[in-house]
Design a protein around this ligand. Sequence first.
Ligand SMILES: [Ca+2]
Length: 492
Amino acid sequence: MRCSFFLCLAALLCPVLHADDRPNILIIVTDDQSPFTLSCYGDTLCDTPVLDSLAKSGMVLDQMYHMGSMSGAVCSPSRTMIMTGRTLWHLPPRSRKPRKAEVGQTDGRDILNNTLPAVFNRAGYETFRTCKKGNSYALANALFQIVRDQTSRGADATQGSQWHGERALEYLQDRKERKASKPFLMYLGFSHPHDPRVGRDDLLKKYGVENLKKPPTEVKEGAPPLPVTWLPEHPFHHGHPGLRDEVAVSGVLKSRTEATVRNERGRDFACIENIDQQIGRVLKQLKANGEYDNTYILFTSDHGIAVGRHGLMGKQNLYEHTWRVPFLALGPGIKAGSRAPGRGYLLDILPTVCELAGIEQPETVQGKSLAGVFRSDQDAVRDTLYGCYCGGTKPGMRSVRKGDWKLIKYDVLDGEVQKTQLFNLAENPHELLKQHHAADVVRRTGHEPEAHQVNLADDPAHAAKRKEMETLLLSEMRRLKDPYRLFDQPEE
Ligand SMILES: [Ca+2]
């Protein structure tokens, strides 16, 4: 009843938009992919022709972030933010028995029934999902009408990214056969390039690397070169002792040597190229269905990841390679080859797709619609971006970005590590540190940083900017109800 009432109301309010020609929504989410693996963000090594063509046919967003995590499993709050459109400290518990750290401020609202699948179900869409299992908002995931979930981190058709691709193909072929008239919302999640990065043989060969359980002892000359951000170790402890991503990844463990990082980088690329091929198959079927032109396609990842950058391996840091996500948008009214900062979070996806589909966004949503950015009506939806990681020792790490300036603060290991970093991202886009200037690092990366490409936090010339960014961070922490305060912040 509610559904048909809504459709009638929508038809009255939007006479042009009839139920049958409403756009389809395809949201593609990879697991643990840095934006710096795609050519539209400057990488030229990882071969992703399909994603490159999406970038050329649509819009590339340059300043898209995941808001952060209070858990080592960064995927979990990130994916809950995608499903709910809510900010980090206002998330619902992800299961019936919430973990203490995950209980957010929900003000007693019914968040579950206003998640992505719930909203689109009510609006009369078909909702389909394939993705990994676990580290997610399971209660919301179960609300999709068709769920084909399996964690697929192998190389073959039964265990690899092909498995997710096949499930999406099956669904689209079925739509074609039964001449489906309802539009669809498809959540196409891949379990890769999350570790273990088990690549397909042909792709491993292409990138000159191999699947390993222990770190390699010798550099493979055919492997991709080190990233310019590589360091043999991070200059100080990241604050999460024993963190799986930093000590136990298959083929890496605690090693950050040139041999290890180059091999793992090639495995990362092999897994991403496999995903690219699967997306290509899905888009081909969408075209065969005659549905491509009426589909909005969003491509992103649940967060970035280090894979050897800054001496780190995991996703539990706030450097750009990890805090930022890739974000491409394509569909009716989005200009080919366009580009904008966007300045959004993953939690903006729900309000965005609501606006694209002509559905009223639920009151529980705290994100902002990016549809105006897609139409090129505006460059961005906010000025300031806040980031958090506190899945290890508290209060953890925080970041804030405004314009070209970015501040990162660390307060971990019971006060043992209290650090501040200040970067001008226009002048030091890779957030290089003085350690990147060391002779051995320059020799191995082949990249000689400019003298000013360092942490500027203690540079007297930038004291006023640091103060401004510190004030901004505190104000964002207060506004977003961050329950912690850092070493040099007031208690309230
Ligand atoms: Ca992830």
